[in-house]
Write a protein that binds this ligand. Structure first.
Ligand code: NI
Length: 169
């Protein structure tokens, strides 16, 4: 088990755009297992490779209560979306901040699994929110960027202050 360091907003590395995975190699498989460990330990329900400073299109998600239903999304692509939902979101890279974000209610996506096999899946509600949130990370986008500049700056200064306090201690 390896728990990776999670980047915190406003770290500029969170804005890097992730590259497509050409082959799911042993290195990627190890990263995926480490990302799952990191997500479970945090604890969180989703994690994108960008958040652990690895810039290829990989996501892990587990919204189950027992934490026994891991979804691995390599090179995810949304192929259909429907409806609208507003959900209060948090993010492991933006600790302590929860804000309402508007997303599609239902999506259909395709991705590769940990073995590199392609699959398609439909998701709604929380799982749909989670996939859309994590896919934004791969594009270098953090959920607070949906908020007004005023609100976003307030969050930014709060997190920078928290970080400074941590460094002093
Ligand atoms: Ni996040």
């Amino acid at each position: 088990m390896a728990v990776l360091n999670i980047l915190n907003y406003p770290d500029p590395r969170l804005h890097k755009v992730a590259a497509v995975v050409h082959v799911v190699s042993d290195k990627h498989k190890k990263l995926i297992r480490d990302m799952a460990d990191t997500m479970y330990q945090a604890p969180g329900i989703g994690l994108a490779a960008t958040q652990v400073d690895f810039h290829e299109r990989i996501i892990v998600i587990d919204i189950s209560e027992k934490k026994n239903n891991l979804h691995v999304l390599v090179n995810p692509e949304i192929i259909e979306m429907r409806g609208e939902q507003i959900c209060e979101e948090g993010c492991l890279s933006v600790p302590g901040i929860y804000e309402k974000v508007k997303r599609s209610e239902w999506i259909k996506f395709r991705a590769l699994d940990i073995e590199g096999n392609p699959y398609e899946m439909e998701a709604e509600g929380l799982l749909a929110v989670c996939v859309q949130h994590e896919m934004d990370h791969l594009l270098g986008k953090v959920f607070v960027e949906y908020l007004s500049p005023l609100k976003r700056n307030r969050i930014k200064s709060k997190l920078v202050k928290q970080k400074k306090q941590k460094l002093i201690l």
